[in-house]
Structures are given as C-alpha cells and as structure tokens.
Design a protein around this ligand. Structure first.
Ligand SMILES: [Zn+2]
Length: 369
C-alpha cells in the first residue's frame, strides 16, 4: 500500500546558480558573434528566459499554499557515469571544461554562466533522486523541480536551454541500477522533446510519448511519422498539435493514444517531462491548471494500473511565473489525492456569468401601464 507515503517535491538551491546574464562577457568566437547578430536584430531587450526566478516562484507558491502529504527534500549531483548513459564522453569533457565560464552553447540562445555546469549536474542528479525515492518506497510519487531543463539536450548537443537530458538520465539510471526494464516517458511540455526522442530513438525499452505544438514551432521535430527506428520502431509516439490547443484535446490524446500505448507497453516506471508552457497564459496553448491536474490523474492511473503507482515528474519549461507555479501545484495536489474538476470548455463559465449579469437588461418593461 502506498496511500500513507508522502509525495516528495525535490528542490535544490544549487540549481539557482545557473544564471546567464546578457550584459556579461561571453567566451569570444564564431558562435558568440552569431548570437550577438541574432540578438541585435530584436526590437526589444532580450533577457535569458530560463532564469532562477522560475524556481523561486514555484517554491514560494508551494510554501504559501501548502498541500498535506507533500514534503520537500533537497537533491543530489549526478556523477559522470550517470550522465554518460545518455551523453557522449567527448560532450561531457567539453561541457565540464566550460565550468567557471560564460559561454553560448547554441545559436538558439542556450548559454551558461560560471556555475551552470554544477547546477545542471544537480538538476540531473535530482531527477535521479526523485526516481530513487519512488522505487525505494520512500515516496508514493515525486517531482524534481529542477533547472536547467533537459528534454532538448541531445547526446552531443546542448540546446533549448538544456545541458543534460534530466529525464533520460533518470530513466537510464532506473534501468541500470533500480531494476526497471521498461520505462514510459510522457512529455507534455509545449515543445517537442527532441533530445529524449533522439536518445531512445532505436530503444524498445523506453516508450516515448510526446504532445507538443507542431513544427515549425521550436525545435521543429516531432512529426506524426517520427515513430522510432530499428528495434525501437513504434516506441516513439508523437502527437503534434496546433497553437491554441486546450484541455479537451490534450486529455483526448492521453485517453485515446497514451492509455492504450501504455497498456501494450506495460511499463515498470512512468516518468513525466512536465513543462507548463501549454498553459493559456504562456506560449499560445490553451491548457488550464485543471487541465494539468487532469493529465496528472491520467498518468497516475496509468502508473497505478501497470507499475504499482511508480511515477516521477521532472520539470521542463514554463515561462509565465503564475501559471508555472500554479501548474506545479495542480500536479502535486492531484498526486496528493485531490480529484480534478470536470473539464469545462474555455469561456463557458464567463458566458454563464454574463448571462446572469445581463439577464434583466432586455426584459419588457410592462410596469408603466
Ligand atoms: Zn517548452
């Protein structure tokens, strides 16, 4: 029985040390010149969007809206061996050598500050800690509230604000050290998890399911036809969706694609790359807090049905501080047992309020005769 176990939220202040600031001097070179040209063309002042305030906003919101059963714990630093399960040795050498420096890593504006490499090791290690807490029976489920995010990081390339692929590092650790054979990774960030897809592209031991805004939205991958290769054929499931997609469509994708896929796959562990940029206040999606709660309830049911509830979340994107904080809260309170409300079409409550407001305005006035 897992009912009495806590839900553990992992939060480690060392991840706040990753903080590239645009005014500082970056390592000179061709990439630096290229990024400078890109930023110079913008007609607004650009700040690094994936900043420490994302995590402090979440923590402050959770501290001021406490959820019974949710406990906090600090994370851990990933070892080179753990990172090397998904990244090449040469890539790790390159990234580790950049410790202590300011550098651009990709022309998509991915950058590091002097302590970013340490922060990224903690982000990946904390994703591992979350999985360990679940598989060792210390937590009913867990959430690694970490940054930099991970799902865009490829075996040899940092991109999309990601250095190490945290969820992939956690999945391979569960397989190597914690007795899991088959891992289901659900990626509900608004961007396609290109890095996670690439790492497990030909691997039938990991089922990768991703709902994302369709190309040409960043990073441009995740077509329906991208289904894996070789022995991994059929183990990558992409659901590309249009801008404006809301609760009902994503819940339908989960119920009618994810649920049967999970039933066929029969995972030993369910991991979620949880981004909150599908939120209606963020990047052109239309998902609500209750929508995230509903998605949480579905993955919880999948985990309950196939692997004794073994479920861990790893934070990815989300750039509106309020909806990011409230989205994480919605996930945690659902894991703690609070059922989501029924889905309501966007705008219907407001129309009902307006009906109430206006209902007397156009009545025939027969009082004067
Ligand atoms: Zn994203």
């Amino acid at each position: 029985m897992t009912a009495a176990l806590p839900i553990i939220a992992f939060y480690d202040k060392r991840t706040l040390q990753h903080s590239p600031e645009i005014e500082q001097n970056f390592l000179p070179g061709r990439l630096e010149r290229r990024v400078k040209q890109i930023l110079a063309k913008l007609d607004y002042k650009w700040d690094y969007p994936e900043h420490p305030g994302r995590l402090t906003a979440i923590k402050e919101h959770l501290d001021s809206h406490l959820i019974p059963r949710v406990q906090f714990r600090t994370g851990a630093k990933a070892s080179r061996t753990q990172l090397a399960r998904v990244h090449t040795s040469r890539y790790l050498d390159t990234i580790f050598d950049l410790g202590g420096k300011m550098a651009w890593l990709d022309e998509d504006t991915t950058a590091i500050s002097p302590k970013s490499v340490e922060a990224a090791k903690v982000a990946a290690g904390t994703a591992i800690a979350a999985v360990e807490s679940v598989l060792r029976g210390e937590a009913a489920s867990a959430f690694a509230i970490v940054r930099p995010p991970g799902h865009h990081a490829e075996p040899t390339r940092a991109r999309g604000f990601c250095l190490f692929n945290n969820v992939a590092v956690a999945a391979t650790h569960a397989q190597s050290k914690l007795g899991c054979d088959r891992v289901l990774i659900v990626d509900w960030d608004a961007h396609h998890g290109n890095g996670t897809q690439e790492i497990f592209w030909a691997d039938p031991s990991v089922l990768f399911f991703d709902v994302h805004r369709a190309a040409p939205f960043y990073p441009g991958s995740g077509d329906l036809e991208e289904t894996g290769a070789g022995l991994g054929e059929g183990y990558t499931v992409n659901v590309p969706l249009p801008a404006g997609t809301g609760d009902r469509a994503i819940v339908k994708a989960f119920e009618e694609i994810l649920v049967p896929a999970a039933k066929a796959f029969h995972p030993d562990l369910v991991l979620v790359s949880a981004g909150f940029d599908w939120h209606r206040n963020d990047l052109a999606g239309n998902v609500t807090d209750n929508g995230f709660a509903m998605l949480t309830a579905i993955v919880q049911q999948v985990a309950d049905q196939h692997c004794s509830g073994r479920l861990a979340f790893v934070l990815e994107g989300g750039y509106d501080m309020d909806s990011l904080s409230e989205g994480v809260h919605a996930v945690l309170r659902t894991l703690a047992g609070q059922a989501p409300a029924p889905l309501i079409e966007c705008g219907i409550p407001e129309v009902e309020e307006a009906i109430e407001f206006h209902q007397d305005a156009f009545l025939e006035d027969d009082g004067g005769e």
